[in-house]
Design a protein around this ligand. Structure first.
Ligand code: HEM
Ligand code: SF4
Ligand code: SF4
Length: 365
């Protein structure tokens, strides 16, 4: 248990609790002001609520060289990354990715691509279109477990998280509240609505929020395209590749373009932002995840463009290698943030309900 990280975040949270200047900035401060004493679970919950918008850092009068040396976004980012490592199952996999993410992602994509090419060479192919390069049965045999294992692993992690933050029974209203926050990614706009300070010090901008929305909605469109393809294959006997005016293409092509553009934008923002106002040790792993996600999109679009050429088997192997790596690594990469952050927002919706005026729990000791 990294007491030093938790203790440092606790020290800073206590100062913020006395100061209260950043009251309206994000979901973290109202949650923080509910407490006088912070348990490890409280700090973990605050860390997963923080969107690293950096507004509080640039507004703070107690940052270095002040003796308080406040850097709340960094302290919370470190606790957050550490919590994902501790809750992950198996934990060493998450630790490895956070430190050597780009290398692991590249090795995994190339390794799986070679495996797909080898499967093709030993004669698994059998069918039309993409299935002439890799049979449908081989694809299902590989992808079904690769999809189910990360889900099981994430379920273990989320259960550990929920216990640690003292989560209660989830009700419909909590989910509605949490998904409402996710849909607009409100905490990346900061409480004043001018955006965050992710790019250049105290310049306000919505760039990170918009880039995130491009990535998130692009990813969801791609996921919907794959699901539509699965239903068409099994439900209606319609096999890939599909025409331009089919559901998989109508969802997948804009989704892929959004995902590619959004990940490129996020990577650029990450290069220009100050690493010391976040978890500098996890920067490489985070960049590895962003690049992997971007490669999933770009290789998918390239496969579409080159589908009728001799480059198709190679592109298919690379795209499937990227998708397989993305799914298998999900519980250990930054991708896990989507699940933990959603859980934190659900827990926050519960807190709001528990401490609503008239419940007698307005502020606890
Ligand atoms: C439950 C919904 C989600 C929430 C609340 C959420 C929230 C956030 C927040 C607050 C950040 C920036 C702060 C940080 O660095 O941790 C972030 C970064 C990011 N998110 Fe999400 N996210 C969600 C879902 C997704 C989905 C579905 C995707 C797409 C696969 C995605 C892709 C990314 C990427 C690529 C980054 C940038 C990582 C980086 O800068 O290192 N997010 N997300
Ligand atoms: S970050 Fe600084 S200014 Fe904001 S509440 Fe904390 S101590 Fe006060
Ligand atoms: S960095 Fe942004 S989201 Fe995190 S505590 Fe500060 S103001 Fe809130």
């Amino acid at each position: 248990m990294p007491l030093d990280l938790l203790q440092e975040a606790r020290r800073q949270a206590e100062i913020c609790n006395a100061c209260r200047y950043c009251e309206g900035y994000c979901s973290v401060f109202p949650a923080l002001h509910q407490k006088r004493v912070f348990t490890d679970g409280d700090i973990t919950q605050l860390a997963n609520l923080c969107h690293n918008c950096r507004g509080c850092y640039y507004a703070c009068q107690y940052t270095a060289p002040h003796e308080f040396d406040l850097n709340l976004p960094k302290a919370l980012a470190e606790v957050r990354r550490d919590s994902w490592e501790r809750f992950a199952w198996p934990a060493p996999a998450a630790r490895a990715f956070h430190t050597h993410g780009t290398m692991i992602a590249a090795a995994s994509v190339l390794g799986f691509a070679l495996l797909f090419l080898a499967i093709r060479a030993i004669g698994s192919a059998g069918g039309e279109g993409f299935y002439a390069a890799l049979s449908h049965n081989a694809m299902v045999a590989i992808f079904a477990p690769a999809f189910l294992f990360p889900l099981a692993s994430l379920a273990v992690g989320l259960r550990r998280y929920w216990r640690s933050v003292g989560g209660a029974r989830i009700r419909w209203a909590h989910l509605v509240g949490a998904f409402g926050m996710v849909a607009k990614m409100k905490d990346l706009a900061a409480g004043h609505g001018d955006g965050c300070n992710f790019e250049e010090e105290d310049r306000f901008s919505h760039a990170r929020r918009y880039a995130h929305q491009l990535v998130m909605y692009g990813f969801l469109l791609c996921f919907a395209a794959t699901s539509a393809g699965t239903v068409m294959h099994y439900g209606f006997g319609l096999h890939a590749p599909y025409g331009l005016f089919s559901l998989p293409k109508l969802l997948g092509v804009p989704g892929g373009v959004m995902l590619a553009a959004g990940t490129g934008w996020i990577a650029w923002l990450k290069l220009s932002a100050d690493r010391e106002v976040g978890d500098a040790t996890a920067w490489g792993g985070e960049m590895g995840f962003v690049l992997l996600l971007g490669f999933v999109a770009v290789s998918g679009l390239a496969l579409y463009a080159l589908g009728g050429t001799g480059a198709m088997p190679l592109m298919l192997a690379l795209h499937l290698g990227a998708v397989l790596s993305f799914f298998l690594l999900t519980p250990y990469t930054k991708m896990a943030h989507g699940f933990y952050r959603l859980a934190a927002l659900v827990r926050d919706a519960q807190r709001k309900q528990e401490t609503a005026p008239g419940t007698g729990n307005e502020a606890t000791a």
